[in-house]
Design a protein around this ligand. Structure first.
Ligand SMILES: *Cc1c(COP(=O)(O)O)cnc(C)c1O
Length: 223
């Protein structure tokens, strides 16, 4: 098997204090997750509701699951009973549905707002102005079963390290703006989820608190 344990420690050794690892286990089998678990890793990220369901049911119950992919509103109900954090909330509609389903389960679900800063034409994520608008609207304040804990973003897929750095810096500056304006009294609003296998060393220099790393730990994914 792939040297999951060795890789995990190599990654953890490079992370400064205050940066947490979300081990991205999508498309990888339970035995890989168990190997990381045996080394003490507890936070794992998945991006498909069905795959996550099976893993959640068959793996240790103290695993902290983050949903990192694009989440369709009609899938929220399936993960609401157990998901710990939904990282990629990119609309008020989705935020409201998470709130509604969390209420049904008597839970409060932690979420991050996903920003779209990268130059790629992906459909997902809020532009900075969309995000400002969502927060200014204020409807989110009525949602008692979601807790907005910070921001998440993906940098452009490029070899241009300076461009990646600019994008992370934009996200970090935007975090400060939003924190000051809406979450100054909310200590839980503290997460900056950026950095993946290829760019996490830059991300931690740009104030990431949470890196989402798959390939560097588990190897290439077999789709
Ligand atoms: C798959 C994925 C990752 C992990 O990517 P790696 O390059 O394998 O580290 C991180 N974040 C999101 C949102 C992903 O979908």
């Amino acid at each position: 098997m792939y040297d999951v344990k060795g890789n995990l420690h190599r990654v953890l050794d490079t992370l400064p204090e205050g940066v947490r690892l979300v081990a991205i286990s999508k498309y990888h089998p339970n035995e890989y997750i168990e190997a990381a678990y045996e080394e003490g890793q507890r936070v794992f990220g998945e991006s498909h509701e069905q795959e996550l369901k099976v893993k959640h049911e068959t793996l240790p119950k103290d695993i902290v699951w983050h949903f990192i992919g694009h989440l369709q509103t009609n899938k929220v109900k399936y993960i609401a009973p157990y998901i710990n954090m939904v990282e990629a909330v990119d609309s008020l509609k989705l935020l409201k549905e998470i709130d509604r389903q969390a209420a049904k389960c008597g839970r409060v679900i932690d979420v991050l707002l996903e920003l779209h800063i990268a130059e790629e034409a992906t459909k997902y994520g809020l532009t900075l102005d969309d995000c400002r608008q969502l927060l200014a609207d204020g409807e989110w304040r009525q949602l008692e079963h979601v807790r907005i804990c910070g921001l998440m973003m993906m940098a452009s897929l490029t070899d241009d390290r300076e461009q990646i750095r600019r994008e992370f810096t934009t996200a970090a500056d935007f975090f400060d703006e939003v924190k000051a304006k809406y979450f100054a009294d909310a200590p839980w609003f503290c997460e900056r989820s950026w950095g993946m296998s290829d760019d996490y060393t830059i991300a931690v220099e740009c104030r990431s608190t949470m890196v989402r790393i798959g390939t560097s730990i588990f190897g290439p994914r077999v789709y």
